[in-house]
Design a protein around this ligand. Structure first.
Ligand code: ZN
Length: 284
C-alpha cells in the first residue's frame, strides 16, 4: 500500500511540475503593464495663454499639473510624464525639448493626418460639425501640440490630460468677466480615440462636479463637450484609439478663488486631488 502511495505521489509531482514552472516563468516575463499618463500644463513661458492681473495661465497650469503629477506618481500602477517643469530654462522637460528639434517629422505627421481627414471628408466618411469657439493658435504652438500627439502615440500613452484656465474674448481683459465654472473637452465621436476618452472625461467630471459648477458660458453649457477642432484632444485623427485625451478648463482665470494666494493654493490642491481621483477611478 505504502509503495503504491509513494509511486502515486511521484506521478502527481511529475504531472504538476511542468505547469508550476510554466506559471513561474510567466510571472517573471510578464510584469504588470504600467498605465502611462502624460500631463500637459497648458501654454508655456513664451506664450502664456490667459492673464488676469499678474496671474499668467501658464504659471497656474504648471502649479496644478505638478500637484496632479505628484499624487499620481505615488500610485505604483501609473507611469507619469509631464511636458513642462520649472527646472529647465526653456520650460519644457528635456524629453520634450529634444523631441521638438524634430520639427520636420512633426510637420510631416501633421500634414499627413490633415490629408487623410480631407480624403475622409470628401468621401463622406467624416462629417464636420460646429465646435465651440477656440482661440486660434500660431503655427509654432500648433507644431508643439501636434508634437505632443506624435510623442503620445509613439510612446503608447494610455491618457493625456491637458490642464488649462479659461477666458473668453472681451473688450478689456483687466476687468472681471461674467462667466465662471469648469468644462471638460473630449474628442468627437468620429475621432479614433473618442470612446475611451469619453469615459475618462466623465470620471473626472464626476469628481470636479462635487466641488465646482460647470461653465456658464453658453457654448460650454453642461460642462462635458465633444470637439473636433482642438489639436490637444486629437483633431484630424492624430491620436491613436488607445490614447485617451481630455482638455480641462478648470475655471475662469478671474474667478474669486484665484485672487488671493491662500485661496489659490487651496484651489490647486482641491482640483489636483479631484482630478487624480477621477483618473484613478477610470483606470480601476
Ligand atoms: Zn489655456
Amino acid at each position: 500500500m505504502r509503495r503504491h502511495l509513494f509511486i502515486f505521489s511521484i506521478f502527481i509531482t511529475i504531472l504538476i511540475l511542468p505547469f508550476s514552472s510554466v506559471y513561474a516563468v510567466k510571472a517573471t516575463i510578464l510584469p504588470i503593464k504600467p498605465i502611462k499618463i502624460l500631463l500637459v500644463p497648458g501654454h508655456d513661458s513664451e506664450v502664456w495663454g490667459a492673464q488676469y492681473g499678474n496671474m499668467k495661465e501658464a504659471t497656474m497650469t504648471l502649479a496644478l499639473a505638478t500637484q496632479i503629477y505628484n499624487i499620481l506618481k505615488k500610485d505604483k500602477r501609473f507611469e507619469v510624464y509631464i511636458t513642462r517643469d520649472d527646472t529647465s530654462l526653456s520650460g519644457y522637460t528635456k524629453e520634450f525639448a529634444d523631441f521638438f528639434t524634430q520639427k520636420d517629422a512633426i510637420l510631416a505627421f501633421e500634414e499627413n493626418a490633415k490629408k487623410l481627414i480631407q480624403e475622409k471628408i470628401s468621401s463622406g466618411n467624416f462629417v464636420t460639425k460646429e465646435n465651440p469657439p477656440h482661440h486660434s493658435v500660431t503655427e509654432d504652438i500648433s507644431l508643439r501640440l501636434y508634437g505632443f500627439n506624435k510623442w503620445a502615440d509613439e510612446n503608447k500613452m494610455d491618457a493625456m490630460v491637458h490642464i488649462h484656465f479659461n477666458d473668453y474674448p472681451r473688450p478689456n481683459a483687466w476687468t472681471i468677466g461674467k462667466y465662471k465654472g469648469f468644462v471638460i473637452y473630449f474628442p468627437d465621436g468620429q475621432l479614433p480615440n473618442s470612446k475611451e476618452s469619453t469615459g475618462l472625461a466623465a470620471d473626472i467630471y464626476t469628481q470636479l462636479h462635487k466641488k465646482y459648477s460647470t461653465s456658464t458660458y453658453p457654448p460650454e453649457a453642461g460642462g462635458l463637450i465633444p470637439d473636433q477642432k482642438l489639436i490637444a484632444i486629437g483633431a484630424n485623427g492624430t491620436l491613436d484609439a488607445s490614447v485617451r485625451s481630455v482638455l480641462i478648463e478648470y475655471s475662469y482665470i478671474y474667478e474669486k478663488k484665484f485672487r488671493t494666494k491662500s485661496t489659490r493654493l487651496q484651489a490647486y490642491k482641491d482640483m489636483a486631488q479631484l482630478t487624480a481621483t477621477g483618473i484613478k477611478n477610470y483606470f480601476k
